[in-house]
Design a protein around this ligand. Sequence first.
Ligand SMILES: *Cc1c(COP(=O)(O)O)cnc(C)c1O
Length: 461
Amino acid sequence: MRHDDLPAWSARAAAWIRDYHAGLRDRPVRAQVRPGELLSALPRAAPEAAEPPEEIFADFERLIPGALTHWQHPRFFAYFPANAAPASILAEQLIAGIGAQGMLWQTSPAATELEQAMIGWLVRATGMPEGWTGTIHDSATVATLCAVLTMREKALGFEGLTEGLSGAPRLRLYASAQTHSSVDKAARLSGIGQANLVKVPTRDDLSMDPAALEAAIEADLAAGYTPCGVVFCAGGTAVGAFDDIAACLPVARAHGLPTHVDAAWAGSALVCPEFRPLMAGAEECDSLVFNPHKWMGAQFDCAVQLLRDPTDQVRTLGLRPDYLQTPGESAVTDFNEWTVPLGRRMRALKLWFVLRAYGLEGVRARLRDHVAWTARLCEALRAEPGIEIVTEPRLSLFSFALAEGDAATEALLTRINAEGRVYLTQTRHAGRFVIRFTCGTWDCTEADVMVVRDVLRASRP
Ligand SMILES: *Cc1c(COP(=O)(O)O)cnc(C)c1O
């Protein structure tokens, strides 16, 4: 395949993508294959000789779609969504064609400066304070790891980087039990250690208890530990818990602790002023991550970390060997110094295309619809005999269960997902097996959401 062959094949791929999206409602949402099925249909070794594109494409059509779980399916209600709006698909194609490496300003000034511009757009769109800056990572996990590494180094006077952690004070990190496992992973990978991630008790509304945070920090100080930071949960993955950041922040402040907000899913909702009170206080924290790839239309991957001041993070993660210096340009931003990997994709192009193609009003309208439809479905399920709403809607997420108990609820979920019209996943809440509902794919409609009730009725014995 040569460059001259690309226009025809790209057109064919684009038509395929259009038809794929148009036909999604006719496919079961979740892959209905058995483990190993695709693997055994593929050759064990790469071909020695070049194969014609026609054959490659034919095998793609024959083998791959049937083994996919369709994340862009309008009735994908599992996990959290991973959007792929058409404008973002187009941007991805251009990013792939350009193949730029945005590790330094000079390795592609457009990558760095478009990223700076998009961060500025998002700071303003989310109502965060002027002067905040930020960067685009691949994932919220990496953004949170960067924030936690920075907390560690601040607490160690930036000596952990060179001296290692043996013999260093024992650090303590604080988060609620509702936070995502990426915070546990950050505690593990940063060398702080899982055992030093203190899961602060929550109040009845599942938010971190500020008094318990204060008590935990005081107890740790008395025991000779060194508190290093607090991670707040803004839209927990299990059932959408929100910490009362404004209530907890004075505690963190009083102890001089840096703060990071994990709003991977819910952060996109900051573009709607009416949803901002859920995350009030986030604008006073030091760092916040949200994934436009979850709920703002941008194709995976696109995780935005907003920062009050990048100095400490760059001091923690920046490293400039001779071969990465830019002669004569000391004032430019080299975004690799804000994150873990050196190489960086040009993700900002997706945000540029998406935010312009739909406008902030287009993004807001979708989010508002998703939240309204979720509330409507929740009321419809509440009216079904034997169904209990276990956690009330938080934005576009609620959970429910059968009154008969865990085994019946689990069996119900299995039947729902085998039926194929919708896909839902589970979590445990207060010791109970519950089914989560969340919506947010780009092409989802109210009718798609209400199909959950039909499938539920059809799936009950
Ligand atoms: C999805 C999610 C994450 C992890 O996101 P990745 O970008 O896949 O690493 C972290 N925290 C919350 C609250 C999430 O919803």
